[in-house]
Design a binder for this molecule. Structure first.
Ligand SMILES: [Zn+2]
Length: 260
């Protein structure tokens, strides 16, 4: 079960087969000839048409892994080319010009950068091709306008940038998580930070304490106050008990007086 870390959804299909021992060497790019990404994924999974792709990418950049990378997707109808490639069906954002959104371009580049690293595929224009290049390149497939307005040169360039250290968009979206060691370092830095020591009327003494010391001092004052509060509560409870006893005695005396 292999898919890119940039996958947003996994939708399994039976419309797939084994790679038959072929090594993954290429990335094969198609446009959906549709703006309805989820609709095309339904077509890839419902049996309505014998088509599929390793990845379907929507115009908002959502990447759906439909066929696991370990398996051959039924994308171009040519066994060897599908077996040797990770294939993409990319949604159009406009049917008039068959354009493809910037978000889709970015996501395809991210997945290519990631997969190229995992399979040791060079990120070159030779290894990343569009459907309409297959006839000239392999003598397979047919004349087609696919992949529409997809800019493959841009994708090759961007995938190289990502590989060479430019951050991928998804990485920017990932929340930062500090390790416990980093958190300890930050806490120590805060605790050691100098804090100007002030007089009680708010004037600078020209001396410094570290914040940790100030915090510990303030906390000790807070603890002392809390202790006082607990003591006061105890005293109050004791007084209540006394009051109740006195009032009970008064009642007894009153009752005795009334009887006489
Ligand atoms: Zn195509």
């Amino acid at each position: 079960m292999t898919h890119s870390k940039y996958t947003n959804q996994i939708v399994q299909t039976h419309q797939r087969s084994s790679r038959g021992g072929h090594q993954i060497k290429y990335f094969q790019l198609h446009h959906m000839a549709s703006t309805d990404g989820p609709g095309v994924v339904r077509m890839m999974t419902s049996g309505a048409r014998e088509v599929s792709a390793n990845y379907a990418v929507y115009s908002d950049g959502t990447a759906v892994c439909v066929v696991d990378e370990d398996l051959r997707a039924w994308t171009s109808g040519t066994g060897v080319q599908d077996s040797e490639a990770i294939t993409f069906e990319i949604a159009n954002d406009n049917t008039a010009g068959w354009s493809v959104s910037p978000a889709s371009h970015e996501k395809v580049a991210m997945i290519i950068a990631d997969a190229a690293k995992r399979y040791g595929i060079p990120i070159t224009r030779d290894r990343i091709y569009g459907h309409n290049e297959m006839t000239a390149k392999f003598g397979t497939s047919y004349a087609t306008a696919c992949p529409g307005g997809l800019n493959i040169d841009w994708i090759v360039n961007r995938a190289n940038q990502i590989t060479n250290g430019a951050s991928a968009s998804a990485a920017k979206e990932t929340p930062l998580v500090a390790t416990p060691a980093e958190i300890n370092q930050i806490v120590k830095a805060i605790m050691d930070a100098p804090q100007p020591r002030m007089t009680t009327d708010g004037k600078s003494t020209g001396k410094f304490d570290n914040i940790g010391g100030v915090l510990r001092y303030e906390y000790s004052k807070y603890e002392a106050l809390q202790k006082q509060l607990v003591d006061m509560q105890k005293q109050l409870a004791a007084q209540k008990t006394q009051t109740a006893e006195v009032s009970k005695k008064l009642d007894q005396v009153l009752t005795a007086l009334t009887k006489k």
